[in-house]
Design a protein. Sequence first.
Length: 395
Amino acid sequence: MKEYRMMRRAPALALVAALAWSAAAGAADRVKIGMISTLSGPNAALGLDIRDAFNLHLKLNGGKLGGLPVDLDIVDDQFKPDVALQAASRMIERNKVDFMTGVVFSNIMLAVGKPIFDAKVLYVSANAGPSQYAGKDCNPYFFSAAWQNDTFHEATGKYVADRGFKNVYLVAPNYAAGKDALAGFKRFYKGKVADEVYTQLGQLDYSAELTQMQAAKPDAVFMFMPGGMGINFIKQFVGAGMSKNITLFAPGFAADEDILRAVGDPALGMFNASHWNHDMDNAENQRFVAAFQKEYGRLPSVFAAQGWDTALMIDTAIRGVNGRVEDREGMRKALKSATLRSVHGPYKLGANQYPIQDYYLRVVTKGANGKPTNKTVGKIFTNHSDSYVSACAMK
């Protein structure tokens, strides 16, 4: 009898061992991530902060996300869509990446989106949030850990309207995010628009535009100028003496820490709107800001915060399938149903896989070290969703 019982147990033990081996084999031994970002030229600060924060998160977590070691391939898109497209194709076809991220500018995101989505690679955006991917062209493989292009500007428009400004001059670069920006601002600002001007993308001399602004005599200017464009615009605006009579407003990243380091005191008193600031009092943000300052010797920007949040989102996706990164549908479901961690607090994703989150008013003031920095002064929106989600038919 004893021998019979042992013989009956042996196949059961073998089955348990086989199942354990199968589960282990089902989980990948590492995750491959492709990062394409703008890392050179006058707009490099944006991509560098995304990259640095993402790398810092990896460093503090032993080079892992979701418990898996990370193979990270980083490419500078040189602010050129064709360069980004070549890099994306290589990452997809040769490297067989599981995730992609890093793109700063929406014109580049729109260039690389189709091959990424066609290959069913999950893209987690650390910045670019074009309206196309939020509305009718929403895609199951596009997730945002940042914001939709219009939303910073919607918050700024609401604040400008609430302040009672009646005649506002609008200026932005002529590309997808620039058009989204001014559309977002006008969605909540219903006063007179003195003029709506689109400059060349990458333009650094605004003398002609500033002359036109002065002639229009607005009581406020709303500008969307990321990176080096914003640095030059603010310096030239103040240098022309226009800040004496005209109030300048901007979205948060156009008056962020990377801009303030370059502009200095001329930015003092400038109001802007953002979903994040370094002074936010939550444990994840305190950990992030302290670690970033220690590692890099500077305050993080909005772009750095989004780079960190991108790592958190990818970590959540991988943990949602217990490391089986080939289960992309499982990772999608894990993200769509999760309350995600963030440096600006917990948030959820809308039906179009963009964040539903709060937006805050910030003002540029002098920090403890005497240098300009942003201070949070109030909340503009609570649980704000983008304006395109109703056009997204994705389940």
